[in-house]
Design a protein around this ligand. Structure first.
Ligand SMILES: C[C@H](N)C(=O)N[C@@H](Cc1c[nH]cn1)C(=O)O
Ligand SMILES: [Zn+2]
Ligand SMILES: [Zn+2]
Length: 477
């Protein structure tokens, strides 16, 4: 069933209001996992609650426990659940999104203040701001759909249940327990699920995403002296934690991206002909990735190898060192304790546990070889398993038709290199098919400086989410 034409023209006529809604959302610096922003994350949850109430959604803010942040025990961001429509003749669609964002500071290299949605002054339609594409834009897209239907007095074609969290960027702590506890209560009766929290591969081809890499996030802590030291006074006399740490981190991965931890590569499933054909069918050119990263710095020049590097192979990234001197200037310090942070993206056959066993053993063995008297601790901070769905499910067929009607294009079928660990929990605990329906483009810069969403993607994305509901209502198993 095609989307109600009144809905589609309402969206066109209310672009300015929709941008205003996104602007308000972006202005709330809901950075999760950081003590300084706990209040902002709470404020973002309240903003969502107000919006949902205005739009006729019966919503609740649920506490899901506490966690330790910078040594202080604080509430986890609340989960927001909501429902609109309860017609037994209609399908029930469960949607998920997150209202937390990655950190952002103007001095990281942002053109504009990251928490002020700023339209490109050159008129390209790009809307810059932290969370614009990940994931406030898509979440606001759903609210826009609800607003259009409410103001037009049109019934939704499906019952909608929604679940929004504020900890996605930090491992979705306790959300799995919440889903389990509400399995036969709030989540009962859901027929399928849609998550809009990833991106197209390029800037012009919409896609449906049926897989995600998982993620294991690790810290290596090396500590020695009980205070920072003068490198002139003590350099050459003590084992330096940074020297130990850099040595360990340099042994994890090669500059060509090869993971050096024994055992991990061996777990990767061999590529089948069918799989290769799927990768070959994707619309993707090397210039797409070069423009998304801002330079020709790809490991391979081959499109299929590049796509596989992103979607079906594991990768190990070094993220940073806590405790290291990083300010401008030349401080001559020996940091007494440093934490190196890295993550491994997981693919089918690589489990959180198997990979962690290999990582911990390898780092401990390598540390022992250093002959250092410092203390080592290596541990997983959070993990999420990889996930693959059935792209032949009726929900995917509905999204395929919706994409064709909104974009006039056949979508690519992709797997996402990033991770949304809770996807697997929803799929397994609730036994649901999950569709990932991205709104933003491959060059949106999620997690990066100058994150943006294009106005066209935000507006057509709103139409896409709405059109998908209509197609879902009409598509049978
Ligand atoms: C794909 C999604 N929008 C996303 O950005 N997910 C994060 C999840 C995460 C896990 N640990 C920290 N963040 C990602 O893939 O990095
Ligand atoms: Zn996200
Ligand atoms: Zn993210």
């Amino acid at each position: 069933m095609a989307a109600n034409p009144k809905f589609l023209s309402y969206v066109d006529d209310h672009q300015a209001d929709y941008i205003q809604r996104l602007s308000k959302a972006v202005s709330i610096a809901s950075v999760s996992g950081n003590l300084s922003y706990v209040k902002d994350v709470e404020a973002m949850a309240d903003f969502l609650m107000e919006q949902l109430a205005d739009l006729g959604v019966t919503a609740e803010k649920r506490k899901i426990g506490t966690h330790s942040l910078e040594g202080k025990e604080v509430d986890l961001p609340p989960v927001i659940i909501g429902q609109i429509g309860n017609d037994p003749k209609k399908k029930t669609l469960l949607i998920y999104g997150h209202y937390d964002v990655q950190p952002a500071l103007k001095e990281d290299g942002w053109l504009y203040p990251p928490f002020e949605l700023t339209p490109d002054p050159n008129g390209s339609g790009k809307l810059y701001g932290r969370g614009s594409t990940d994931d406030k834009g898509p979440v606001m897209g759903w609210l826009n759909v609800l607003e259009a239907h409410k103001n037009l007095g049109i019934e939704l074609p499906v019952n909608l249940k929604m679940c929004f969290e504020g900890m996605e960027e930090n491992g979705s702590t306790n959300l799995d327990k919440f889903i389990e506890s509400e399995k036969d209560k709030f989540f009962a009766g859901a027929d399928c699920m849609c998550i809009s929290d990833n991106y197209w591969l390029d800037t012009k081809t919409p896609c449906l995403t049926y897989g995600l890499r998982g993620i294991n996030y690790y810290e290596i802590k090396v500590s020695g002296p009980d205070r920072d030291l003068h490198s002139g006074v003590f350099g050459g006399t003590v084992h330096e934690p940074m020297t130990d740490l850099i040595s360990l981190m340099s042994k994890l991965v090669t500059p060509a991206g090869e993971i050096l931890i024994p055992g991990i590569k061996e777990l990767i499933a061999p590529v089948t002909d069918d799989e290769r054909a799927k990768f070959e069918a994707i619309h993707f050119e090397m210039k797409d990735i070069h423009s998304a990263v801002g330079g020709d710095v790809t490991i391979s020049d081959d499109t299929v190898k590049t796509l596989m590097g992103r979607m079906r192979n594991p990768s190990l990234s070094l993220h940073g060192i806590e405790g290291a001197f990083s300010a401008p200037g030349s401080k001559t310090v020996i940091p007494c304790s440093v934490k190196g942070k890295f993550s491994i993206r997981l693919v089918p056959n690589l489990t959180i546990k198997s990979v962690t066993d290999y990582v911990v053993k390898f780092v401990q063995d390598e540390f022992a070889k250093l002959g250092s008297k410092n203390k080592l601790d290596v541990y997983l901070t959070h993990g999420g398993e990889p996930w693959i769905a059935d792209p032949n499910h009726y929900s995917y067929r509905a999204a395929h038709k919706a994409t064709e009607s909104v974009y006039g294009q056949t979508p690519d079928y992709t797997r996402e290199g990033g991770s949304i660990p809770v996807t697997l929990d929803f799929a397994n605990i609730l036994g649901l098919n999950v569709l990932l329906l991205p709104v933003g483009r491959g060059d949106d810069g999620a997690h990066s400086t100058n994150e943006k969403i294009d106005t066209d993607n935000y507006i057509r994305g709103t139409k896409l989410l709405g059109a998908y509901m209509y197609e879902l209502a009409a598509t049978s198993d």
